[in-house]
Design a protein around this ligand. Structure first.
Ligand SMILES: *Cc1c(COP(=O)(O)O)cnc(C)c1O
Length: 308
């Protein structure tokens, strides 16, 4: 395997059998049609039942690079990334270690997300929040690896966004060349957006909706593109208005918006990311942000857990 993330190891692909390219489906929705906007959904949630959406695209090149070593990564109590990593470990026969934010979670029964990780064979290592915040510092990381008895492990950062992951997400853009004017997605670390923008054609534009509050993501995306490609790539902007109070906040208004979207279109709507994206797009369409005739594609980056 080329070690640049361009190619995912054939072993990984044949063991995991992703559905690629993921389906692209046009939906009829009056809130967009009224504005002359054609909406399509890029169903990355259908790539793989356990490595859902962008998690497949980001993990696959890293699993190849791990080359059989233990894979260690990080996440919160309900992390989609931890569950995807644990599932990949089970499917590929790779040992996995999940470093979980929150020492207090070690007491008492695991929540359903962590229980799934453990059932997939992931060894969970709980750390206090202050250690967790400093996990990328070399000394802290070395101490963590020792404490987790995982020296020599292949380390994937929180959220899975390293240079290999970003390069892996170029494929999403390549699948959408020529079929969309604007491609929109929800962003956590921004790794998926950084790669997607690099894979599109020069006349296409990416719109990112950050689900975390803080406005730091523009700089993070620039840094990820620098690390992955050596400089900026593609056309992208972020709209910071649609986080609904911050990560994992799902107010009733958002929940009912998502339930209504599910009813209209028969697509399961993951609440922490995808619902915020779709709501933001409806608001933008109503503001007249998209010129008539725009072909708008929303990336369905994940699915609700537990899966319906
Ligand atoms: C992880 C995740 C994201 C965020 O991806 P980033 O590359 O971190 O921006 C978006 N949507 C869903 C459903 C996710 O699970």
């Amino acid at each position: 395997m080329a070690d640049n993330g361009l190619v995912t190891s054939p072993d990984v692909v044949s063991a995991l059998r992703p559905r690629l390219p993921s389906p692209l489906v046009e939906v009829v929705d009056g809130r967009f049609a009224r504005r002359g906007v054609r909406l399509s959904l890029k169903r990355d949630d259908l790539i793989h039942p356990d490595l859902i959406g962008n998690k497949w695209r980001k993990l696959a090149p890293n699993l190849g690079a791990a080359a059989g070593r233990t894979v260690l990564t990080f996440g919160g109590a309900y992390s989609n990334h931890l569950r995807a990593t644990a599932a990949a470990g089970r499917l590929l026969g790779l040992p996995t270690v999940g470093v979980v934010r929150g020492q207090e979670l070690a007491d008492g029964p695991p929540n359903p997300s962590l229980a799934r990780c453990a059932a997939d064979g992931m060894r969970l290592h709980f750390v206090d929040r202050s250690t967790y915040r400093r996990k990328a510092e070399p000394d802290t990381l070395a101490a963590l690896l020792a404490a987790a008895e995982a020296e020599g492990a292949y380390v994937v950062p929180e959220g899975g966004s390293n240079a290999r992951a970003v390069r892996g997400c170029r494929g999403l853009g390549e699948e959408l060349r020529g079929v969309a004017d604007v491609v929109a997605l929800a962003c956590g670390t921004g790794g998926t957006l950084a790669g997607l923008a690099a894979g599109l054609a020069p006349d296409q534009w990416v719109l990112g909706v950050p689900v975390l509050k803080g406005g730091f993501l523009d700089a993070d995306v620039r840094a990820l593109q620098e690390e992955a490609f050596g400089g900026p790539r593609g056309n992208w902007t972020l709209d910071h208005r649609f986080h609904w109070g911050g990560y994992a906040r799902v107010p009733d208004g958002l929940d009912s918006f998502a339930a209504d979207f599910e009813q209209r279109h028969g697509v399961p709507v993951e609440r922490l990311y995808v619902a915020k994206l779709l709501h933001g797009l409806v608001a933008l369409a109503e503001e007249g942000a998209f010129p008539r005739g725009t072909r708008l594609t929303a990336v369905i980056t994940g699915a609700p857990f537990p899966t319906a």
